[in-house]
Write a protein that binds this ligand. Structure first.
Ligand code: ADP
Ligand code: ZN
Length: 315
């Protein structure tokens, strides 16, 4: 079964209420929507310790009558359905969250079907269904913010594999003028270590949004993102590349990244999307800052549909 069955038209019956949680390492966004894909209400609060944070989320949904909940979570998380720790946050250094049973806390409170995936896979899913990759059977979604993450939607499904892709931690060819050691506590100079918001700040001593458009920071920033995008194109052959997250608020980055990615590929991948179509191939999120929350909603809708299919199959 692929994940692509949202191609259906919105149904005309009374829509089911669906909960959505975009669980970021910095903040939680919770939304109440429906199975036609609309969000009707949302709240946001800082991510604190897990028990208190989940309590706020559960309180928010408690009177809503949700029929399913979808979660896109910061990670790493356990996505293997057969695993004893399925639904847990795993090796994060975030205080209290290592080994926390996120999905168990939700299921214990609501007893409804729950969808569960990484924050970036959720965002890729939202974009594939309603955003910049609508109608396409593959895309990669980047968030370049406090961390860097890459979600992968391929052949109509979200990619998981061994755990889930961790493309934000890939090492890349260094910029020739760059002596910066990088900020990733695990790898130093991986993509996150070199190009996240905190990396920008550590390297230049100034927050990203305070750096002028002609500052050399941006050419270097574009270099690392383009190195990664070119590798993603070579490895996954996505039909679209979507670049989101706080750092991508810098509008001038996108054309720089496109040009550098094309230079790196050097004409080898012979697709019109990588030549005259580049402006429509490496793009900003179609859902703006809502990709993660709408993606979580889509995960909730899918969980509800799958539970219906299972019920029908066992009748
Ligand atoms: P998070 O990754 O925490 O979910 P964001 O995607 O908003 O949240 O990313 C926050 C990071 O992006 C911070 O490091 C911040 O400095 C950086 N950032 C936010 N806005 C901008 C901007 N306009 N220009 C450059 N960097 C920005
Ligand atoms: Zn790393």
């Amino acid at each position: 079964m692929t994940d692509g069955y949202f191609e259906r038209a919105p149904h005309s019956g009374r829509p089911a209420v669906i909960g959505a949680i975009e669980a970021g390492g910095t903040k939680f966004v919770c939304g109440i929507g429906d199975d036609n894909g609309s969000i009707h209400d949302s709240i946001s609060f800082p991510t604190g310790r897990p028990e208190e944070t989940l309590r706020r989320a559960i309180d928010y949904f408690s009177e809503s009558g949700v029929k399913a909940i979808g979660v896109g979570s910061f990670g790493p998380i356990d996505l293997r359905p057969e695993s004893r720790t399925y639904g847990f946050v795993t090796t994060t250094p975030k205080p209290g969250w290592n080994g926390f049973d996120f999905l168990g806390a939700l299921r214990g409170s609501f007893g409804v079907p729950c969808g569960w995936d990484t924050d970036v896979n959720a965002a890729a899913y939202g974009e594939a269904i309603w955003g910049a990759a609508r109608g396409l059977d593959s895309c990669v979604y980047y968030t370049i913010g406090t961390g860097v993450g890459i979600g992968v939607y391929a052949e109509g499904r979200l990619l998981h594999g061994l755990l889930h892709p961790e493309g934000g931690h890939m090492r890349l060819r260094r910029h020739p003028d760059d002596g910066f050691a990088g900020v990733c506590p695990y790898h130093g100079d991986c993509l996150e270590g070199m190009a996240s918001g905190p990396a920008l700040e550590a390297r230049w001593g100034t927050k990203g949004h305070e750096l002028a458009e002609d500052h050399p920071a941006w050419e270097m920033e574009a270099h690392y993102i383009a190195e990664s995008v070119a590798s993603a194109i070579l490895l996954l052959s996505p039909r679209r590349v979507i670049l989101g997250g706080g750092v991508m608020q810098q509008q001038h980055l996108l054309p720089l990244i496109r040009r550098k990615a094309a230079d790196i590929l050097n004409g080898y991948v012979a697709a019109p999307e990588l030549a005259e179509g580049l402006d429509d191939y490496i793009v900003a999120p179609g859902l703006g800052t809502q990709s993660g929350l709408r993606g979580a909603l889509a995960l909730g809708i899918r969980a509800l549909e799958r539970s219906g299919e299972q019920a029908a199959a066992s009748e």
